[in-house]
Design a protein around this ligand. Sequence first.
Ligand SMILES: Cc1cc2nc3c(=O)[nH]c(=O)nc-3n(C[C@H](O)[C@H](O)[C@H](O)COP(=O)(O)OP(=O)(O)OC[C@H]3O[C@@H](n4cnc5c(N)ncnc54)[C@H](O)[C@@H]3O)c2cc1C
Length: 409
Amino acid sequence: MSLKRALSADLKPATDAVRICILGGGFGGLYCALALHQRLKQSPRPIHITLVEPRDRFNFTPLLYELLTQELAPWEIAPAYRELLKHTNLDLRQDWAEHIDLTQQSVTLRHGEPIPYDYLVVALGSQMRPPTTPGSQTHSLPFNTLHDAEQLERRLNDLEQSPKVRVVVAGAGPSGVELACKLSDRLGSRGHVTVVDRRSEILRSYPQRIQRAAARALAKRGIEVYLDAAIEAVDASGLTFGYEGQTHHCPADVTLWTVGTVPRSWLGNNAPKLTPLGQCPVRPTLQLPNYDNVFVLGDMAAMPAPGRDSQSDPSRNRAPTTAQAAYQAGPAVAHNLLALIANRPLKPFVYNHLGDMLTLGQREAVVCGFGLCITGRLGAVSRRWAYWLRLPTHAHRWRVLKHWLGLRS
Ligand SMILES: Cc1cc2nc3c(=O)[nH]c(=O)nc-3n(C[C@H](O)[C@H](O)[C@H](O)COP(=O)(O)OP(=O)(O)OC[C@H]3O[C@@H](n4cnc5c(N)ncnc54)[C@H](O)[C@@H]3O)c2cc1C
């Protein structure tokens, strides 16, 4: 039998195998799949895991900005799924899931055969907030994926031929602030970077220490920040916004759109009733109400986090829509799936907020957690290592580490 034949035969589910289907190979789905794979021996029955993901590379989004300053290379932060999963027997389908039939227990794909399942994990993440500002879709660039970073890179390469490059960033949330600082450092004296936001403060949901560090980093780079500014339109010449009772036009060679994301919609007509923020309600075990065999996690799910600051903002008793939360939920779902299969009690998901980290330019970051706040170069080193620890698979971490230490492969 040829090796290829042997491998594909291996990936056919054994007739008595429990079929787990995972939709989405991001922080929630991929880390759930890897945790399941590691613990397969704990299962009393054979398990067949199918992972459905349309992209060919995992995107480690928190480190996406480092591509713009060439501090990191695409292979480090966006490893190919085939490479990551090559020593596992996970059945990877590079395809879009299009419909979930909760009654028939089956997922329809855009291209491939439908996938029948015994247990389903849904982790489809977020997507850009549907644009309502005239021109924003046509005349601005998003920054959410490796593909977006590559698109921006090509645009910057063209623009860098001219002596002046004007960048406007719409949104002063984490993406807007991190992008603005990185781009300012990349462009140096030829760059002019402006940030515009309708809110009255930058990094609204972050602790004050982080806000202050970010404000200093923006000011140090001469980045202009307009807050309480109502963005009215984007066109090929830049961004128009209302500010202090007047209409301003900020000329731009490139406009970046970072004004937020919304959870991806449920796939199919038997959608659960979503929360006001558009997330799926889930039980403390991350199971879908009424469907014991379906788990939802990551940005799509209103994952409980009791005890967070829920007095000032009711959405705060939910885990945040971050990689940190999805990364913790993946292994928690893997644990509960195995418990369900083995007829053991399930555990509630406990979100553990480990702190906040933001890059604030080339070799500069702020890292706050456990009562400590580190900034500058030391912050950048701490952030880099904290993320290194969370890269997927030992093999990939080892490859990256050898590269950083200058060791030959
Ligand atoms: C630029 C950027 C920087 C960020 N920085 C940070 C940070 O510093 N710290 C932090 O904690 N969080 C950060 N985040 C947020 C973080 O990326 C998300 O919260 C996290 O990825 C959510 O995990 P998830 O598994 O829910 O979704 P994702 O990681 O987005 O994974 C969803 C996956 O589902 C796939 N998918 C979508 N539709 C389908 C379909 N129909 N069928 C099959 N697959 C599908 C997608 O291709 C994707 O791979 C950042 C996000 C961005 C965009």
